[in-house]
Structure formats: structure tokens, C-alpha cells
Design a protein around this ligand. Structure first.
Ligand SMILES: [Fe+2]
Length: 271
């Protein structure tokens, strides 16, 4: 199924009980699996796997470790960054994206101070849920298409950390073509943007700074990747089943050169 050899039309009823605040999968039609021997981490999207019932209870996230708390919220931040800038985006995805960023900007720093604060966990879980609706309607593009090869090659790499390391470079190139939308949704993190393409480098650097201030300071070179891995990662981004759909949803023409550049710029910090 994950290699697109057949498409399911029906599924058993799914009851989703969420234990993180990142995936959004309790409200969407997506699922992900790793095929370790092929170094593939494909996604599937079928209407029949929408959960029949979902439970988002912040109580269940109170003991989520600090790093996973941050990584999962950064996953949600990536979901909306991408969903609001695909070729399929729409005002629902964009406005849910803005709400998501507002909540994450306010509550994510608080979860580090007070991990058991239920109000903080509630709003991070709510942010992740609406981010799920945002990308179920708007789709995803570059950070997810480029992260899946990273955590397929290194299965211990948390998805949210992989995304966090790639996000500044992806935003730099996305901002050049979608400056107004990104200036609008990122206002709670980077206030005062004009929404013009020339700000792309500044936005990438400030976003990286914000991620670093959350304590996530790693870049690809820090987790064991080097320039020599880039050709394989580029190949996987284009060859892993379904990831090409994400690449084609990006707001710019994505060729191997751009993917290579993003991996390369994500090796070390901009700042
Ligand atoms: Fe994700």
C-alpha cells in the first residue's frame, strides 16, 4: 500500500487517541510508515482512513518529554508553513495557519517552563489539530518531502527535529515566491514584516534564531549528515513513493538543484 501498488477503498473504523501535539493525524487522511530496507518513508492519503472518532485529551501529553514536546509542535508549525503556501492553498488553510502560529508562538515557550500545565498542553494540542485541518485541505511541500529521506536514512532522528533543521532554508526559498502569505502567518514570531521577497534571507535567519531559542540548535551536520550524503538524499526525495506529489505542490518549480541547495544550506546555521 505504501508503495502505491494498490489503493484501499474501505477501512475498519479508526479510533485515534492522540498522545502528542504535532501530527494532526486525528483529523486528517494521512499516514506514514518507514520501509527501512529501501530507506523509504512514504506517506499515504485516503479518505477511508479518516478516524471515525478522535480523542484529543491534553492530560495524555503532560508527560511528553521536553524535546518531543518541542519537536511535535515544530511539526505542526511546518504543516501550516507548507499548507499555506502550496499551489493548492486556500483561505481556510491560510487562516488556520495563522491561528496555529499564534498559539505555538505563545504556548510553546511555556511548555518548557511548565510541562504539566494543562492549559498550555490544551492550546498546543488545539494548534496541532487545526494545523492538521490546514494541511488536509492545503497539502504539504518542501520540508516534509525533504525530511522524510532524513528520518528514513536515520530512523532514530525525530521527524520534528528533521523539519526544524530544514525549515529556515525552505522558508528562505518559499518566502521569495509567497512573501505576503508568510509575512501574515509568521507575524506572531517575526513581527513587522512588509511581505516583500527581499526579506527572505532576514526571515530565514530570524526563524532559525527563534528555533534556537527553544533549545533546538542542531543542524544537519550536528546529527551526522555531511555534504557526501546529499546526492542520496536528493535521490530519495524524488524517488520515494508519493514525495513527488509534495514536490509538485510547492509554489516554485522544484528541481534537483533546489533540493540540493536546501540540504546544503541546512548543514550549518545561518546565524
Ligand atoms: Fe509532519
Amino acid at each position: 500500500m505504501y508503495e502505491q501498488k494498490f489503493a484501499p477503498e474501505r477501512a475498519k473504523p479508526i479510533v485515534a487517541i492522540n498522545t502528542t501535539h504535532g501530527t494532526g493525524t486525528e483529523v486528517d487522511r494521512f499516514a506514514v510508515a518507514s520501509i527501512l530496507e529501501k530507506e523509504y518513508k512514504p506517506a499515504i492519503a485516503y479518505d477511508c482512513i479518516y478516524p471515525t472518532f478522535s480523542i484529543d485529551d491534553p492530560e495524555l501529553t503532560k508527560t511528553l518529554p521536553e524535546k518531543q514536546s518541542i519537536y511535535t509542535s515544530l511539526d505542526a508549525l511546518n504543516h501550516v508553513t507548507e499548507a499555506s503556501t502550496t499551489v493548492l492553498t486556500n483561505s481556510l488553510s491560510i487562516n488556520l495557519a495563522r491561528d496555529t502560529v499564534e498559539l505555538i508562538a505563545e504556548y510553546l515557550p511555556k511548555v518548557i517552563e511548565e510541562p504539566e500545565n494543562l492549559e498550555t498542553r490544551y492550546f498546543l494540542m488545539y494548534a496541532s489539530m487545526i494545523a492538521g485541518v490546514s494541511f488536509d485541505n492545503g497539502m504539504l511541500h518542501l520540508t516534509h518531502a525533504l525530511e522524510h529521506p532524513l528520518s528514513a536514512v536515520k530512523p532514530d532522528l525525530p521527524h520534528g527535529l528533521g523539519l526544524a533543521m530544514l525549515l529556515p532554508a525552505v522558508v528562505k526559498y518559499t518566502y521569495k515566491v509567497k512573501p505576503q502569505i508568510l509575512a501574515y502567518i509568521y507575524q506572531p514570531i517575526i513581527p513587522g514584516l512588509k511581505g516583500i521577497s527581499d526579506e527572505a534571507e532576514e526571515v530565514a535567519a530570524k526563524l532559525e534564531q527563534w528555533i534556537f531559542e527553544l533549545g533546538v540548535k542542531e543542524k544537519l551536520a550536528d546529527v551526522g549528515f555531511s555534504e557526501e550524503d546529499i546526492p542520496k538524499l536528493v535521490k530519495l526525495a524524488f524517488e520515494t513513493p508519493v514525495l513527488d506529489l509534495l514536490l509538485n505542490s510547492a509554489p516554485m518549480n522544484v528541481d534537483k538543484e533546489l533540493v540540493k541547495t536546501i540540504y546544503s544550506e541546512s548543514m550549518k546555521p545561518y546565524n
